[in-house]
Ligand binder design. Structure first.
Ligand SMILES: [Zn+2]
Ligand SMILES: [Zn+2]
Length: 151
């Protein structure tokens, strides 16, 4: 029988080897929490979850690990590059929909967005990252609002 926990440990151990890191329980816990995570969590959210397993870990340690991951391109640091930053488990180029009601951030993707670069941006300098940010109200929040109106 395959043990999923062991498989994750192996996967992360290989990753550590490939980037020259030591395997530490803290790094593993952060990585495992973020793996496949689509929530775009802020540091506190990651910290809360990692603490369930490593109660003594500090917020600073979690932030440092997240920053290391982001520096290596394993995840992406979103705006506000400080302790309030959100982290995206998906480092590949994609776009975001910010719900102004619940605060969640949803992923979507505009294909070939790079080729649609406005000339005005290119004139300013060399472009390294392109991301569309849409703010609105997500379907779930819209439905909740509808129900409240009916009630
Ligand atoms: Zn919402
Ligand atoms: Zn994202």
């Amino acid at each position: 029988m395959k043990n999923p926990q062991n498989e994750l440990i192996q996967e992360f151990a290989e990753l550590c080897r490939s980037v020259g890191w030591k395997f530490t329980p803290a790094r593993f816990a952060v990585w495992r929490y973020l793996r496949g995570n689509t929530e775009h969590p802020v540091v506190d959210r990651v910290w809360e979850n990692v603490k369930l397993e490593l109660p003594k870990i500090s917020r600073e340690s979690v932030f440092r690990i997240l920053s290391d991951f982001a520096e290596r391109g394993l995840i992406a640091m979103m705006d506000r590059p400080n302790v309030l930053a959100r982290f995206d488990a998906n480092p590949k180029r994609h776009d975001h929909f910010y719900c102004s009601k619940c605060g969640r951030v949803f992923d979507f993707e505009i294909e070939n967005l790079e080729t649609l670069l406005p000339e005005a941006a290119v004139k300013i300098g060399s472009v390294e990252h392109v991301e569309t940010r849409i703010r609105g109200v997500c379907r779930e929040c819209l439905q909740t609002a509808e129900k409240q109106e009916v009630a």
